[in-house]
Design a protein around this ligand. Structure first.
Ligand code: PMP
Ligand code: GLU
Length: 433
């Protein structure tokens, strides 16, 4: 009886949702935790979560604001939006005011609401972050994946973007550009951004520039494309990555003033759905966006650690003939195992999914297949999130003991040993093929 009821309702599931499962990033995390609970050793390189603690002064601000209990304005707390406007100017030279900013419970939600309210096809390079395309599908939007090449570090080429738009120049379109990139760690030069901006302007594209990893550019050199295409760029960011606060759920959109109509439409949906972002979190976030020396120091050392570990990991993979772009920001690597294709095929491993399953089963190293990011299943690419280390301890060591010393292999062996074990496990697995 119960079974019949379930199947009767199942057919009423919205077609846009039917067949979709939980997001790959969250699934791999839950799966890894289940295995750990069963007593297995898992090297958690699946979920892309910052290993660093929320800066102490921001935690302190949250403690002070635990009593904040009122619903806040749909667009977000004014004081916070003012702090973000100043922050945008300080870091990126972007001229904006509090009125141009919208706060949401994670930038993921804001990106989804934009896709819901704006009737345009979604254009994204392959590979792209796992959630853009399912969100488009849920909202009933068409997705146009732009091919890229490994030689150009999987980046979106202005020429290819132009080619896609040329066939139907007036079609409404949303392009999501994400850099430093999840999943590749690559970023764009100013010259490249200027060319992309030119194409975006030519076709009146609504450009979401997902800059959530901007403050984790390893050299602190991030440049926003909003400088070159201010009238059509919405800058997406938040606290999750650079402030280590993914679970706090606070994301930000910065709109150009001529897209006020879009901002208002998003606020309508927000007001009928999440209402406003958690009040204590918004009050605490004001401190995160202010100019504090502690936060600048925290960022400086977070970048040093991520740069050194990312480069080291990439070099160890290369020593095994695996190709991988050098990460320039964030905490991801996007290796290509295709040099092992024949050996893997002999073991029945033909897809990136099967590759990740086999490595997890045999070594305990968990990471995600390239096909989750829009690559063809039989391409042997994968995303590694090099975040399985004790962020607080490593940060303290970099700030004190290693303040003026380079973060060499000796440092990584001492403080990021779990990642180094994971590398060794992968190497042994490849050697045994
Ligand atoms: N964009 C990218 C590229 C991401 O990796 C993430 C992951 N958290 C998000 C957006 C969403 O972040 P949040 O919702 O935590 O702001
Ligand atoms: N963005 C993170 C990742 O790519 C995880 C968080 C999420 O997907 O919401 O792994």
């Amino acid at each position: 009886m119960e079974k019949r009821l379930k199947s009767r309702h199942f057919v009423n599931l919205n077609l846009n949702v039917r067949g979709l499962s939980q997001s790959a990033t969250l699934l791999i995390n839950e799966r890894s935790n289940d295995l750990i609970q069963k007593g297995e050793t898992v090297y958690k390189l699946g979920l892309g979560q910052s290993p660093f603690p929320v800066p102490e002064i921001v935690q302190e601000a949250l403690r002070h604001n635990a009593h904040q209990k009122d619903y806040l304005p749909v667009m977000g707390l004014l004081k916070l939006r003012e702090a973000i406007a100043e922050f945008n100017y300080r870091h990126q030279g972007l001229e904006c005011t509090a009125d141009d900013i919208m706060i949401g419970p994670g930038s993921k939600e804001l990106i989804f609401i934009l896709q819901l309210v704006y009737y345009g096809e979604l254009i994204i390079p392959t590979p792209s972050w796992v959630s853009y395309s399912p969100q488009a599908r849920i909202a009933g939007r068409h997705v146009n994946w732009v091919p890229t090449s490994e030689e150009s570090e999987w980046k979106l080429s202005p020429e290819k973007l132009d080619l896609i738009c040329r066939s139907d120049p007036d079609r409404p379109r949303v392009v999501i550009l994400n850099y430093p990139s999840n999943p590749t760690g690559a970023t764009y030069s100013e010259a490249w951004l200027k060319k992309l901006a030119k194409v975006a302007r030519k076709y009146n594209i609504i450009l979401i520039s997902d800059e959530i990893y901007s403050l984790l550019d390893h050299n602190g050199d991030h440049v926003s494309i909003a400088r070159y295409y201010p009238e059509g760029t919405i800058v997406s960011s938040g606290l999750s990555k650079w402030a280590g606060a993914g679970g706090w759920r606070l994301g930000t959109f910065t709109f150009p003033s001529n897209l006020k109509w879009l901002q208002k439409a998003m606020a309508t949906v927000a007001s009928e759905t999440f209402t406003s972002t958690s009040a204590p979190i918004q009050y605490a976030a004001v401190t995160a966006f202010e100019d504090h020396p502690e936060i600048n120091e925290y960022l400086h050392h977070s970048r040093r650690i991520l740069k050194s570990l990312g480069n080291y990991f990439a070099n160890r993979l290369r020593a095994k003939r695996i190709t991988v772009p050098t990460p320039k920001g964030g905490f991801y690597l996007f290796p290509n195992f295709s040099v092992y294709r024949e050996k893997l095929a002999a073991k029945g491993i033909l897809t990136s999914f099967e590759l990740c399953e086999a490595i997890l089963r045999d070594t305990g190293v968990a990471f995600l297949p390239g096909m989750e990011f829009g690559r063809q299943p039989e391409e042997l690419t994968a995303r590694i999130a090099y975040v399985d280390f004790e962020g607080e301890t490593v940060l303290k060591a970099a700030m004190n003991e290693y303040k003026n010393l380079p973060l060499t292999e000796e440092f990584l062996k001492k403080y990021c040993s779990k990642i180094l074990y994971a590398i060794a496990k992968m190497e042994d697995w490849l050697d045994a093929l």
